[in-house]
Design a protein around this ligand. Sequence first.
Ligand code: 8YV
Length: 328
Amino acid sequence: MSKPRILIPRAIFPEIIEKLAAHFDVETNQADEAWSPAEFAKHLAGKQGVFTTGSERVDAALLAACPGLKICANMAVGFNNFDVAAMTAAGVLGTNAPGVLDETTADFGFALLMATARRISESEHWLRAGKWDRWRYDLFASPDVHGSTLGIIGMGRIGRGIAKRGAHGFGMRVIYHNRTQLDAATEAECKARYVSKEELLRTADHVVLVVPYSPQSHHTIGAAELALMKPTATLVNIARGGIVDDAALAQALRDKRIAAAGLDVFEGEPQVNPALLTVPNVVLTPHIASASIPTRMAMANLAADNLIGFLVHGKPLTPLNPEVIAKA
Ligand code: 8YV
């Protein structure tokens, strides 16, 4: 019997290709050539599965061009690159990679908060530019992180990891806003208090965004929300591009409406709003919050195990639309 055919459209760990090749006829793109959506569709035609990395759009048009497709396995916890309704209608399973990146991403969120609040990037650029000639009492002086108020918008596993780091490691008062309030035991574990979004924005010294992207969460932070924040506050976005109105943020940073921002994700990435590139009080990183080697390996393994689990054994590990499994 011939093996099912799958596509890995981006470069990936060689060990993962080897693992998948034991079960599948695998087409790869280890040269990491940039494929247009039309080229992606052409390579995907005739395949039963695809190992997506989070940047490939899977929508009704792609599904119509690839009628034999059964599963799209995302190497990401976020899946806003999938039109899940269209996939369900076409009988195509989607899977994501939850759970394996929480601590690594929470570490990075905290690192970005520290770098932003304590002006690490800004002062390093200044030093590298040869501007350091002598000590000054207020040189790159900043607000404190320890003992301050940390506001977290989005209290899923990653948000809770950041809350614990802040409360237990840095003695921060943690407030959070979420679609639903956590149970009392989880709140106690994170030492976190539920507040309205408005109270959070008005009172937090440092605001961290960890909400999944959806049309409802688009521009969770725009000009009106930035206007509520303290002028000394920092804002960190490790969630998704589009959660923050980047143009409004650039303006607020330029006007010193807020003190600083740390951004790992951007509207329209890998493009970055040019206005953000010219303001000094922002730390910019290229969507690397989950990028530790062990975590990226765990994410890739989970995506691979979903492909094997579903196409070989009929049992995916982390399905997004399990209703299609029975029909497959
Ligand atoms: C991925 C992420 O690396 O898992 C997610 O949702 O944002 C990152 O960890 C990214 O999605 C890859 O495009």
